[in-house]
Design a binder for this molecule. Structure first.
Ligand SMILES: Cc1cc2nc3c(=O)[nH]c(=O)nc-3n(C[C@H](O)[C@H](O)[C@H](O)COP(=O)(O)OP(=O)(O)OC[C@H]3O[C@@H](n4cnc5c(N)ncnc54)[C@H](O)[C@@H]3O)c2cc1C
Length: 514
């Protein structure tokens, strides 16, 4: 009998949990899953902020990063990233959108036929258990992640009014936003059941998976760097998150799933990256890879706010689900009918308190601008400097302005006006495109979808840091599998796309050699 291959996965987030479950399914590999944050091994032991899927958890299980959203905004805004077994999937809004076939055909057209829509769809189906449309050919009904939509009977007033407003403006109703080519207004597909967030940890690291003798989950442990012999990755240097002695653990293969912010950080302090960034960190060089950490992709978001009318205040619920519905429509700048997202916010959370304001928020699905992520120290506890540069690109700003004009139109329809009145920004701004163009740059923030920092690509693609299976160029025995790999950002929220990437690469890694 041959010795199992030793695999270390760095980061038990969305991608890390999928990989740990899939790669330990046969006895061919010994898997060590290392996570900086804590582990809650049973649903009953889960911290309340992680179980509550009605809103994001942005403090208790967070890395404490911030970013500068635009060049106009002078103060840093929080940039939450989950730090717990489950990663950002354990703290997020539970919106489970796939994106569109053209998002993935774009990847395939960059010389990566293994990422065509047909391959991606197979893995989107494999990862889900769609409780509403499981029997539809576009869906799966026996995957680890349960997905459902809020029926009309569960909608809070503002969310129901949003659907009525979209109908008044002539948008089609969309019962299933994950159906191929769908657009219009309807309930979000969500990985939230009875208000409970189902993280990647809960879905993939089930008691049966955790009981496998070839899987070890080591929480509360910070990875300092990948250790190399020459250019071959041979292990990982770890230390307790609370501080303490570092140890090196050997591996045959190392997989970096630390997320789009930390994965490039670990790579750089391990000596793999662009010449200029490595020299700033003053680390021993293992391999120059000029495509590492050259772009930061994300979805810019802007919102207008409304004040509920006095008579509707008694029905305002401080614990209402933050988002239940969305409108997907096409921007004038792109040729698609579903690259933009507008969604109603049931309340405003300001300084960790719920304030009785409602909102209409947009996310730009296919922005052209990119941000910059930089590390100024090789200390594993150092914080990156994140400059998102949102809406610098006039094309992106145009789409934001267009979205705010549409939001204003929706807010002016009788169903929405009955509930709330205009509050911010002033009508003077929103009735003038030049003034709105200026305002959006002061009001824009992240959709919390950092990605693309270690992009995959074909062999002749100079912008690719890895091959189409996530294998890092210039070294051996090291892969990246998480949101960092996305060569372009899909047009919708990226959690499902990240899970799909992990499923797809696990599929490639476990396929019998031909
Ligand atoms: C507040 C919030 C709301 C969001 N809402 C949505 C939504 O509704 N829908 C959607 O589609 N997307 C949403 N997202 C985005 C989505 O959750 C992420 O894009 C996705 O989870 C990223 O997965 P990942 O595997 O790339 O990284 P992560 O899930 O972030 O996993 C990375 C893991 O690596 C660990 N790690 C990092 N560095 C180290 C180290 N040095 N040593 C050990 N461990 C390390 C981290 O602690 C973390 O557990 C949201 C994100 C946030 C933060």
């Amino acid at each position: 009998m041959s010795t199992p291959e030793r695999v270390i996965i760095i980061g038990a987030g969305s991608a890390g949990c999928v990989l740990a479950a899939r790669l330990s399914a046969s006895g061919d590999r010994e898997v060590l899953l290392v996570e900086a944050g804590p582990d809650y091994p049973t649903p009953s032991s889960l911290a309340p902020d992680l179980a509550d899927g009605r809103e994001n958890s942005v403090k208790r299980h967070d890395w404490g990063y911030d970013h500068r959203p635009t060049t106009t905004v002078k103060v840093p805004f929080p940039f939450p990233r989950g730090r717990v077994v489950g990663g950002s999937s354990a703290v997020n809004t539970c919106i489970a959108l796939r994106g569109q076939p053209w998002d993935y055909e774009e990847w395939a057209s960059r010389g990566m036929p293994e990422w065509s829509w047909a391959h991606c769809l197979r893995n989107f189906k494999r990862l889900e258990r769609d409780l509403d449309f499981g029997d539809h050919p576009d869906h799966g009904n026996d995957g680890p992640l349960p997905i459902r939509r809020h029926p009309r009977s569960e909608l809070v007033g503002w969310q129901a009014a949003f659907l009525d407003a979209a109908d008044r403006l002539g948008f089609p109703a969309c019962e299933d936003s994950n159906r191929t080519g769908s657009w219009g207004a309807g309930p979000h597909a969500m990985n939230k059941i009875d208000g409970r967030r189902i993280s990647a940890a809960e879905a993939w690291l089930t008691p049966d998976v955790r009981a496998r003798t070839n899987l070890t989950i080591q929480a509360d442990t910070l990875v300092r760097r990948v250790v190399f012999r020459g250019t071959q990755a041979v292990g990982v240097e770890l230390e307790p998150s609370a501080g303490g002695k570092a140890v090196t653990v050997d591996a045959d293969e190392v997989i970096l799933s630390a997320g789009a912010v930390n994965t490039p950080g670990v790579l750089l302090r391990s000596g793999v990256g662009p010449r200029h960034q490595l020299s700033t960190l003053n680390v021993d060089v293992v391999a120059y890879n000029e495509a590492v950490n050259q772009q930061l992709l994300d979805h810019p978001g802007v919102a207008i706010f409304m004040r509920p009318r006095f008579r509707t205040l008694p029905s305002f619920r401080v614990n209402a689900p933050l988002i239940q519905n969305a409108l997907r429509y096409g921007s004038k700048a792109n040729n698609y009918n579903n690259d933009m997202l507008l969604q109603p916010g049931s309340r405003l959370i300001y300084m960790h308190h719920t304030v009785p304001f409602v909102s209409l928020m947009t996310a730009i699905g296919k922005p052209r601008g990119t941000g910059v992520l930089r590390y100024s120290s090789a200390d594993p506890r150092s914080r990156p400097v994140i400059t998102s540069n949102f809406l610098e690109n006039p094309h992106d700003r145009g789409m934001a302005v267009e979205a705010m004009m549409l939001a204003t139109e929706l807010a002016a329809t009788p169903p929405m006006r009955r509930i709330a009145t205009h509050f911010w920004p002033s009508r003077r701004v929103l009735t003038n495109t030049r003034r709105t163009d200026k305002w959006v740059r002061t009001a824009c923030d992240s959709g919390y979808h950092p990605s693309g920092t270690v992009p995959m690509g074909a062999d002749d693609d100079a912008s690719a840091a890895t091959d189409p299976q996530g294998r890092v160029r210039g070294v051996t025995g090291l892969r990246v599998v998480d949101a960092s790999l996305m060569p372009t950002i899909p047009s919708s929220n990226i959690h499902l796309a990240t899970l799909m990437i992990a499923e797809r690469i696990a599929e490639m890694m476990t396929a019998a050699p031909t």
